[in-house]
Design a protein around this ligand. Sequence first.
Ligand code: ADP
Ligand code: MG
Length: 315
Amino acid sequence: MTLSKKIIGKDPALKALLRSVKTVAATDATVLITGETGTGKELIAAAILKNSRRSDKEFIALNCAALPESIIESELFGYCKGAFTGATAAKKGLLASVAGGTLFFDEINSLSLGVQVKLLRFIQTGEYLPVGSVKTQKADVRIIAATNTDLEKQVSAGQFRQDLYFRLSVVPLLLSPLRERPQDIQLLMTHFFGYFAQKYTLRTPVISDHVLEVLQAYPWPGNIRELRNLCENLAVQRLRRIIEVNDLPLGYLQFKRETSAAGYFELPKGGMDWPKLETDLIQQAMVRTNGKCQQASFLLGMSRSALYYRTKNKV
Ligand SMILES: Nc1ncnc2c1ncn2[C@@H]1O[C@H](COP(=O)(O)OP(=O)(O)O)[C@@H](O)[C@H]1O
Ligand SMILES: [Mg+2]
């Protein structure tokens, strides 16, 4: 396994997921991987493949969001001569070319309802019809699918077939967003810094404790992909060996805590309502961080347990 294919993390949910990956890889079950963009869905798909009996067989990834419905259908099932204007010769589809191997449906949430029916039929029977053909074909293909949306919600909204959802989610694997596993940030950074230092023959950078605090409070919309890019960016800039908060790109700095000099808050002349101020600030921090205690406690400059103690009777 190359360094970049290594799955890093101590988060208990990730550890449990990796145990499921081992179990499921040994079977031919259909797997549905759910997670926001950049949480490692493709990496998990690769790990399943590597541990499966199909590891030395074909693996093809199809991005369902990148192609229009008609193209996906002919790419997937193939077509026969004269099936549509321009089909001057028959063409084999992905199911036929990957036979014996694994097909990875990335962003399956974007698959049109029309193609969903045909895919369901294939998963149930192992059979499909090339476009324009009346002759059923068979293929032995393992399906792994990934979605960056909550498919169950799409089912409720009528955008995704419930029967296909049930067939796909025989083994559901859920990757949590990076902001929910901030304790993995340091490990991942050490891994990526090591990787890029080796790749570009550079010194391995180190981050200050304050940088770690800022990054642990950051919401990471691009998840681990964003963290990896940040590490590459910091490594190649050949900054000082110890990276400080001001070395971070601007977008991260809004999560920097104001370090308060003495006299930073002026007591109003007529006095104040201290408990109300505390409740107010805690509420603002909770709203700003969507109720994430770890991030809220960072914004307030206190430990999680101190925040917990203060919120018990308040928020
Ligand atoms: N747990 C992890 N450990 C190490 N690298 C990871 C981890 N999760 C994701 N990555 C890396 O982050 C990047 C994005 O992962 P990817 O699998 O493409 O995400 P997704 O398919 O969910 O968008 C890749 O470079 C991948 O190698
Ligand atoms: Mg992906």
